[in-house]
Design a protein around this ligand. Structure first.
Ligand SMILES: Cc1ncc(COP(=O)(O)O)c(C=O)c1O
Length: 459
């Protein structure tokens, strides 16, 4: 036994004996052990045996610049030597966080000029909800607190974020959702439209549903509407044309704030810095994380407007401290990594590359996989896509969830040499590679997925 394989065995034993895995079957890890990832470079990860596996998910939709950048390692080492950590409570600051806040306000849509830092997408959404509730308290309308979210949404797994999330597995058995949160229908035309309903009629029905709820509850009780511009973990759902502008107009008419959760779509994934502008969304709040540091340091950034900021400031005049903060808010190492990450993205033009290679990815997925009788829909934009598996695509008959078809396909794809994300609740496979993926790598990835689908459905 080599030294490396010996330490892998020790690590697997330690894992099985002590490590509770997030978002995993605890039973399956006990029965079959974990999949150890030993290294990562460029668009590949390597397993404990040294096998190279294409990273078709950029980690968890986040390693936008690809793995193993020397510049990032140097940034971390240098920043740690300068200022390893200090907090940002009580008006303390550090140059890296301040410069990052300025840089982000330059990259974001013009009206989003104020930035708050945390450590995860979930805490970004928690922060936004607390800011929204605080905002309405300061404005003297304490009854305006309800939040509109959507089924199929994914906003994270803290108590608030999981409550916003619209996936049953995140609610049932956890006594959630908690709080004044209401879920509207998901804008997934392919699976949710009624027989013979046009896309335009589908959009109008969803907008009418929201309008009716607002009417019934009273706009003076509803604070905000939250949505991912493109739903991610719920299925990579592209809302039909007109959905966002109409929903946004309805919210504006009723003085309801709009929150864009860009935790996946931010920082280049759709081919732009942020997805909101191209989709006609002008949010009052924007949640971001993941691609901010390419996942290399846990960091989130919440954006808001001068208008909201002025109200928060007014609150501080009356109340003193804005009583919300995390130990790691504005972490100097995270800010340093984010600045280098954004500099790499700008220098290498990764948004434009994501747009170009992403268009090729979407076109190739449609051309090569859609003809398969068990593939019902290819959806996505830029470097985020999903392949919808159907028991009978022609008859639009879905697989029973108990067949766990997406998990089987992603397991097969792993054996083929690519990691892809099973979206088990909707029988879909998500693809979200690093923005550095090349066209030949797109071809390889699709071939592997194609073989995995054929092997599973023909078994
Ligand atoms: C849109 C969206 N919001 C929020 C989150 C939660 O982020 P985190 O896992 O960092 O808490 C995610 C994670 O995938 C996400 O996709």
């Amino acid at each position: 036994m080599t030294l490396a394989s010996h330490s892998t065995t020790a690590a697997i034993t330690a894992d099985v004996n002590h490590y509770i895995h997030p978002a995993s079957s605890i039973d399956a890890v006990q029965l079959h052990g974990p999949k150890m990832v030993a290294g990562a470079h460029g668009n590949y990860i390597s397993d404990a045996q040294g096998r190279q596996v294409l990273d078709g998910t950029a980690g968890l939709w986040c390693v936008n610049i690809g793995h193993g950048r020397e510049e990032i390692s140097e940034t971390l080492a240098q920043a740690a030597r300068e200022l390893d950590y200090f907090h940002s409570f009580s008006g303390m600051s550090n140059a890296k966080s301040a410069m990052l806040a300025q840089k982000l306000s330059e990259l974001s849509p013009d009206h989003l000029t104020r930035v708050y830092f945390g450590s995860s997408g979930s805490d970004a959404n928690d922060t936004i909800l607390k800011m929204v509730w605080h905002y309405n308290n300061i404005l003297g309308r304490p009854q305006k607190k309800k939040i509109l979210s959507r089924w199929q949404a994914y906003h994270g797994t803290s108590i608030t974020a999981a409550s916003l999330t619209g996936l049953p597995a995140f609610h049932e058995w956890f006594d959630l959702p908690l709080g004044p949160i209401h879920h509207l229908s998901s804008p997934h035309y392919y699976l949710q439209a009624q027989e013979g309903e046009s896309e335009a009629a589908f959009v109008d029905r969803l907008v009418a549903e929201a309008a009716q709820y607002i009417e019934q509850e009273g706009a003076d009780t509803i604070a905000a509407f939250i949505g991912e511009p493109i739903m991610g973990a719920g299925g990579v759902i592209m809302p039909p044309e007109g959905y966002w502008p109409k929903m946004q107009a309805l919210m504006r008419d009723n003085d309801i704030l709009v929150i864009a959760d860009e935790v996946i779509s931010g920082y280049g994934r759709t081919g732009d810095w942020f997805a909101s502008p191209a989709m006609g969304i002008k949010p009052d709040f924007m949640a971001t994380a993941k691609g901010l540091t390419s996942g290399i340091f846990p960091m989130s950034a919440v954006f808001t407007t001068e208008e909201v900021f002025a109200v928060l400031r007014e609150g501080s005049r009356k109340l003193g401290n804005f009583a919300h903060g995390y130990t790691y808010s504005g972490h100097p190492l995270g800010a340093a990594v984010a600045l280098t990450n954004l500099a790499i993205m700008e220098r290498e033009n990764l948004c434009a590359q994501a747009a170009e290679v992403g268009a090729y990815l979407q076109q190739q997925l449609a051309e090569r996989l859609l003809p398969h009788p068990n593939v019902g829909e290819i959806r996505g934009t830029g470097m985020v896509a999903a392949v919808q598996l159907m028991e009978d695509a022609a008859a639009k008959r879905p697989y029973a969830l108990s067949k766990k078809i997406a998990i089987a396909v992603s397991e097969k794809a792993w054996e083929e040499g690519v990691t892809l994300r099973p979206l088990a609740g909707v029988n879909a496979i998500a693809i979200s590679p690093p923005l550095t993926l090349t066209k030949p790598e797109v071809d390889t990835m699709i071939s592997m997925l194609q073989r995995a689908i054929v092997a599973v459905v023909d078994a």
